[in-house]
Write a protein that binds this ligand. Structure first.
Ligand code: DNO
Length: 415
């Protein structure tokens, strides 16, 4: 695996110097300031590359921009409305410009309106740290009582609506505002959040878009951009829905293994792949992460490794962001599946045998507690996550003791 680190640009509290000290081998970043739908220019891309190349004192950092996250797909493209054709043309231009800069992996998502969604950005942990949490009852309280979406109460499992009513009744005005702000936090990096009016207007636009129609829009988009990406030697990788179930009555179509299979098969190309995000997919008990890595492995172009702990086995349930080796996903089994996939690729002579991974999200601990970084992106919490993951990777990849050598040895002895 290639160890990478997400950086939000010069305003990020973690500097390039910090990333070098964390031992990351590459940087994941984007032109967060360019509005969705607008083409990324060679000049802007070159500027960001230079920023990654230098430490604070001007000396070479020794690391480079290796993965784009995200090249966002505009709402117009998702809805096939307004300027969607122009936006697709711009997307292709951005791909050409990114390829010319030597970057090959491009992450994006196809979630309507909201990207990742949580109800608490700093949920207190027993050890004094904090993490992000999604609580289905709080979310329903927002949906039914704060946003007051028509028919919202019918979208929840029995009991959730009642609990949401009790929670809402117990909230003061400032708690309601905090909840609304947490839910409507915009894309990380953009620093924008939406007003309730914005959310209602966006939801209205999706009134006539079923999941099947959104999936078709997605396949139409891929049919346009994947051949361009393939010609350029790029690997596109769609990030799953986070959380992986429908929210606010919006269609969500990239939540399960079957969802990914449909879209990867519809436009079958090495350039059409997935970002396997164990934290997003792991919020659903019916997503088997090591199995997904095993079965979809050849199309996994980027890895987000993190863990969540679910409160229950409900499909649309509450969870919090656990430590990287804690939580409900068996991280060792997942990393073992990744190491096996990399070994397979090596045998096949694939140039992309090493898959970029990044420690995704982290808990706020130690000095991060008061630093107020981008939610989910504290420096020390991620550093701890990377260190733990690296330990597992190093052990499983070890030429003498790792899983590939162990399975070869077992085969040789006929065991
Ligand atoms: C959250 C991230 C997502 C991800 C996008 C990719 O922390 O994992 O925002 O970057 O969904 O397009």
């Amino acid at each position: 695996m290639r160890q990478t680190w997400r950086w939000f640009g010069p305003a990020d509290l973690a500097s390039i110097d910090d990333i070098v000290q964390a031992g990351a081998e590459g940087v994941v970043t984007a032109l967060h300031h360019v509005p969705n739908g607008v083409a990324w220019t060679p000049e802007e891309i070159a500027r960001r590359r230079q920023e990654v190349r230098r430490r604070k004192d001007g000396s070479p950092s020794g690391i480079a921009w290796e993965v784009v996250e995200s090249l966002p797909v505009s709402e117009d493209i998702k809805k096939q409305k307004g300027s969607w054709r122009e936006h697709i043309a711009n997307y292709k231009t951005s791909l050409r410009n990114v390829a010319a800069a030597g970057i090959e992996v491009i992450c994006y998502n196809f979630m309507p309106v909201l990207d990742w969604t949580r109800t608490e950005l700093r949920w207190a942990l027993p050890n004094g740290g904090s993490c992000m949490r999604f609580d289905i009852d709080d979310f329903a309280a927002f949906d039914i009582h704060i946003l007051a979406r028509r028919g919202a109460a019918d979208d929840y499992a029995p009991g959730v609506g009642e609990e949401a009513g009790r929670r809402f009744a117990a909230m003061d005005e400032s708690q309601k505002r905090t909840l609304a702000r947490s839910v409507t936090m915009g894309l990380p990096g953009s620093r924008e959040s939406m007003t309730l009016g914005d959310v209602r207007a966006h939801l209205a636009e999706y009134g006539d878009i079923s999941p099947a129609r959104l999936r078709q829009h997605f396949i139409d988009f891929l049919t346009e951009v994947v051949p361009v990406a393939e010609d350029l030697g790029l690997r596109l990788c769609c990030h799953p829905d986070d959380p992986p179930f429908a929210l606010l009555g919006l269609p969500r179509i990239m939540s399960t293994e079957a969802d990914f299979r449909t879209v990867l098969n519809a436009v079958d190309s090495p350039a059409n792949g997935m970002t396997l995000c164990s934290g997003s997919l792991g919020a659903r008990p019916d997503n088997d992460l090591p199995g997904m890595m095993e079965r979809l492995g050849p199309k996994v172009h980027f890895l987000h490794l993190r863990n969540v702990k679910r409160d229950s086995d409900a499909i649309a349930g509450s969870f919090f962001e656990a430590e990287h080796l804690g939580g409900d996903t068996d991280m060792v089994a997942l990393i073992a599946a990744i190491v096996r996939e990399e070994a397979r690729r090596k045998r096949e002579g694939r140039a992309d045998a090493q898959i970029p991974m990044r420690p995704d999200h982290g808990q706020d601990i130690l000095d991060d507690i008061n630093r107020r970084a981008q939610p989910g992106y504290p420096t020390i919490g991620r550093l701890k996550g990377l260190a733990e993951l690296r330990g597992v990777m190093r052990a499983l990849e070890h030429p003498g003791f790792g899983i590939v050598s162990v399975s070869a040895a077992l085969k040789a002895t006929g065991a």
